[in-house]
Write a protein that binds this ligand. Sequence first.
Ligand code: CP
Length: 310
Amino acid sequence: MATRQQLSTKHLLGIKYLTTEDIQLIFTTADDFKEVLNRPVKKVPSLRDITVANLFFENSTRTRISFELAEKRLSADIVNFSASSSSVKKGETLLDTVNNILSMKVDMVVMRHPAPGAHHFLAQHIDANIINAGDGTHEHPTQALLDAFSMREKLGDLAGKKIAIFGDILHSRVALSNIFCLRKLGAEVMVCGPPTLIPKHIDTLGVKVEHDVRQALQWCDVANILRIQLERQDLKYFPSLREYSQYFGINRELLDELDRPIIIMHPGPINRGVEITSDVADSEHSIILQQVENGVAVRMAVLYLLAAGR
Ligand code: CP
């Protein structure tokens, strides 16, 4: 790559803190890295002098593997940390854990943590670049970037495009980051789900609210379908999974009623038969695995651009 441009920020704490120009720069950089990933030799030396720590205090399949692959494709040195097999279990604090790892000369930290704002706290105390890989119910910025990048591949410029986000909006960090990202790109955004799973006053973020799945599907160009996050639900928000699936699940019959095809997305992991049926998740309209594929190029772009500011 000829020029190495930079983001306006040292960390990726959330989409909220990115400018529209930052997002566009991540996309054009990811376009280049996607081309690299389709070569026989899928590796570039860009982060050869950089060490990245991947700190996961919550479970992950996609995000963790995707970041690790992105770092390896950029030739970074990597250390992986999982809270479940660490001294966190002996009572060590987050700050002590991170400072001990950083004392071994780590340059960048990718972290998933259950506490919203954990990354902001760290950013006030450490010098490394911090990338939020999901903080509780708050933000999951790289998921929103790869979602929007995948929509852009299918639809071109997202300005004026209609994106509906279905499901458990209340507990979803993916929903909030998607809303911030898509609104910055000029898309129209709708959230759809039972009233108990839609945060009050979410319309103040510039999104439409709909409780009728058929209406939302008729309206949108893209349906981004979210998982019911039972592990974060301290109350009963709907009578049963069966009833949720019946009234709010996306199935083939609903798609067949539409007068035009729409794009189907899901950040994973999927609860098949709950928020989405298998014949929709695996249909010709689904780009779920393309989202996962694009995640590596988008995360390479984020790592590369943040490292450029060091
Ligand atoms: N989409 C996503 O964040 O998946 P993982 O929890 O498997 O990382």
